[in-house]
Design a protein around this ligand. Sequence first.
Ligand code: PA5
Length: 430
Amino acid sequence: MSLSLDKSYFEGMFEDADFSTADELKKYAYDKVLKRDGEGAVMLGWAELPKNYDRDEIKRIRNISKEIRSKCDAFILIGIGGSYLGTRAGVDFIKSSFYNSFAKDTPKIYYLGNNVSTDYISAVLEECKDKEVCVNVISKSGTTAEPAISFLLVNDFMLKKYGEAAYSRIYVTTDPQKGTMLDFANKHGCTKFSVPSDIGGRYSVLTPVGLLPLAVCGCDIDAILAGAYKAYQKYYQGGIDNNDALYLAFARYFLGEKGRCLELFTSYEPDICNFTAWCCQLFGESEGKDGKGMFPSPAVFSTDLHSLGQYIQDGRRTMIETAIYIENPNDKIKIPNDLAVDGLDYLRGKDLSDINNYILKAAATAHKDANVPTFIIRVDKKDEENFGMLVYFLELVCAFTAYMLKVNPFNQPGVEAYKNYMYRFLGKNK
Ligand code: PA5
């Protein structure tokens, strides 16, 4: 397992004098996280999690994931935002974005609760109608409308399919103290998991929120936590000097101050697309406050080099790029030496992984030439340990930058605005 930050497509773009506040701000942000005296510090539970996690709870997750695997071939996960994206990112990263096609000894996974599309929900229920089904409904607050809507429909589907036995197939992950989902689980005797009260949604993938479904899909959750612990030792306990989480946090802060307002989270692997979507939630919801922060947007290369690439190279100079690059694919493919197509000699015998590497180098060089810096987070390979390490590294980067920006990294007051209108339109009483 390894993670490193390649700064070569940023370094040299600015004068050393521009970084005069770096040491002071790095120390400020590091202290805010470690001493827990910044805004929202009560929600820093995730920071010590790789060391302090509840070992008995992990054992219980492992056992119940086996029970779920033995009971079903379709696993419906209901959740939105932090109660959904981390799991989806993990399944694709560790297993594959083709997970459902390859799943043999583990159930297929279906995601609900993240939209209210009639056609999507009806397609999932149609897919599941002749399968053995288990459900994991995840909502920390237990009140979010979109997962509640899917849950009402799925609960009805399950009761029609299994009668009262449905409740032994519904697993509830929610606040341990209060909420609609907790009341439901208690009333019907469903198996419950707790979202720790000091960990918010987008920082919760290493809790039962992400670990239960990832274990159901056959991921080694101990290895995920071991990877997170490695990052914890290096970037949390490791001090301020030579700390790449602080380096990236400051560079992002600095570029924002220089007027950059859009951050592309890029990958060179379709299996990482949902990981970059998780990044967008983490950074967007944590930093986008008080008129600050960069707008995060996902992109997958080469696909988007042939669409967004034009804008990146030639459009408004307001962008930066943070690439997540997997160094070693799980497989090896070489282009045949005896080419059946004339005119493509330059590709003869080449390894696809080497070509992808050249594309990364070409894009980062061209974009740097056009005044768009790229930070490359180089990750050894797509497995559990690297997933845990990357998640924890980015959570730290995010908290550090948010403290540099002087915003609370752990709230999301802006999300309430649309909810208030929605509830008003739906006639919900306060
Ligand atoms: O990061 C967050 O807190 C949010 O994205 C939440 O995860 C999201 O709104 C879902 O909330 P809940 O789990 O309470 O349904």
